[in-house]
Ligand binder design. Structure first.
Ligand SMILES: Cc1cc2nc3c(=O)[nH]c(=O)nc-3n(C[C@H](O)[C@H](O)[C@H](O)COP(=O)(O)OP(=O)(O)OC[C@H]3O[C@@H](n4cnc5c(N)ncnc54)[C@H](O)[C@@H]3O)c2cc1C
Length: 427
């Protein structure tokens, strides 16, 4: 019998390894490809899997189409001010892949990244080992769905799912649904159910809200013109908190509009404060619905004031709008709900995600496990993050400006590779 044992293959060498085949990883790949720099993108699923798999059926962009400006491939469709539906987004992204054919290894997971003895990086992957001189961590920040431990105390006949697994009202069991979380996903999913005639209950958290159109123009246009989207994180007046803030809620649905939860309450959506837990047949809530709605309105009004100031400062002739008046105020802050009596048969947890860096064995995190980086450049030479929220500006973790961040990192990578090339030649 042949007892020959196959030797492990030696690691493959590549100048740059990019981990993640989403918009961040492929933006980086585009820049490297233009410069003829050899690299590999590792994607454990399929490129843009988040957009293909983790969005509900009626999903559409919250940001306008014109902000889809991946490097070398700005949105060129017929509706720049519109909001692409999920299928259209996927079409745009597939066309992006076809436009420059990035060197992606799909279905290959990176299971560990660590320093190697020569000062580069050793990547262990499901397709063998690689050695890279430079490594870009573009693995996304919306990775691990958050579900609270109190979920375990719910009876099994209540269906529970995370917002990334919600698809449509018809796939939910008959009866009412509690959506927990009022960020962009939670509000839009609660609306999706409500507009389909389903009884939606919503736990309203601390997420801010934004106007969509104000004083005759889309707010995104005003904020672009006023330079807000170019404010770097380092100069942001709320630098201490801005990276951790939940996104403002509004929607691209119906051609783009605001989400007014007070109005939805008048129409029959049931609102509560923060979800606190489960006790017997009851959900418990914090007594903060009134406060949370008021806080969301405060951010809404702050954005209007920002626009007012810009209009004033620039002497722009724009129509004036009446002051905001809340459509409804809760009569009291509900603190509990008998879920059996309310006919609740399902819960959608829309309280976000955490990133997953367990496989990154590099000293690039702070005491809270968050990336330590400045514009994506880490304290470890040759290791970079890309696609983080507010990595540099508002558009960093979005379609709008991830390309700009990739271009910045490209400068570092190209210079580092040129430097090591010079050192090799000198030696
Ligand atoms: C519900 C929702 C709505 C959003 N709406 C908008 C919007 O309207 N406009 C906008 O501009 N932005 C929006 N965003 C924000 C942002 O554009 C998306 O989150 C986008 O997917 C981020 O792209 P990314 O490339 O940074 O990360 P991802 O899309 O998460 O890509 C990371 C990739 O890395 C892969 N990966 C992770 N770990 C590994 C590993 N170890 N090995 C190999 N591969 C790995 C993953 O499979 C994934 O494909 C939204 C986000 C969410 C969650």
């Amino acid at each position: 019998m042949n007892m020959h044992r196959s030797e492990p293959l030696p690691p493959q060498r590549v100048p740059v390894a990019i981990i993640g085949g989403g918009q961040a990883g492929l933006s980086m790949s585009w820049h490297l490809k233009q410069a003829g720099i050899e690299h590999v993108v590792f994607e454990r699923k399929r490129c843009f899997s988040e957009w293909r798999e983790a969005r509900w059926d009626s999903f559409c962009l919250v940001t306008p189409n014109w902000q889809c400006r991946l490097p070398g491939f700005p949105y060129a469709g017929p509706d720049p001010k519109g909001f692409m539906l999920r299928e259209q987004i996927v079409e745009y992204l597939d066309a992006y892949i076809a436009s420059f054919k990035p060197p992606v290894l799909e279905g290959v997971e990176v299971t560990r990244v660590e320093r190697d003895a020569e000062g580069g990086f050793h990547l262990r992957t499901s397709a063998g080992d690689f050695i890279a001189q430079q490594v870009v961590l573009a693995n996304g920040v919306y990775q691990v769905p958050i579900i609270p431990r109190s979920a375990e105390r719910l009876p099994p006949h209540i269906l529970q799912l995370h917002s990334s697994n919600y698809r449509n009202p018809q796939s939910m069991p008959a009866g009412a649904t509690l959506v927990v979380g009022s960020g962009q996903s939670g509000c839009q999913i609660a609306e999706d159910l409500h507009l389909a005639g389903r009884q939606a209950h919503l736990c309203v958290g601390r997420a801010p809200r934004s106007p969509r159109v104000y004083r005759g123009r889309e707010v995104t246009d005003w904020l672009t013109e006023s330079g807000y989207y170019d404010i770097p994180y380092e100069n942001h007046p709320q630098k201490a908190t801005v990276r951790e803030k939940t996104n403002h809620y509004l929607t691209g649905r119906d051609g783009g509009r605001e989400i007014d939860l007070r109005q939805r309450a008048l129409e029959g959506m049931k609102l509560y404060g923060l979800f606190k837990g489960v006790e017997g047949p009851r959900f418990l809530f914090e007594p903060d619905l009134t406060r949370n709605l008021a806080e969301a309105d405060r951010s809404y009004n702050n954005i209007r004031e920002l626009v007012d100031k810009h209009i004033r400062d620039q002497g722009i002739d724009a129509p004036v709008e009446p002051p905001y008046v809340p459509a409804w105020t809760p009569p009291h802050d509900p603190v509990e709900l008998d879920y059996e009596a309310a006919g609740i048969t399902s819960i959608v947890w829309a309280i976000g995600f955490t990133p997953d860096y367990r496989w990154v064995d590099l000293p690039v995190f702070n005491g809270r496990g968050q990336p330590v980086q400045r514009r994506g450049v880490t304290p470890v030479a040759g290791a970079y993050f890309l696609g983080l929220s507010w990595q540099n500006t508002w558009g960093s973790g979005r379609f709008a400006d991830v390309g700009r961040d990739a271009e910045y990192l490209f400068g570092h990578i190209a210079a580092a590779l040129a430097g090591s090339e010079r050192r090799v030649q000198a030696a």
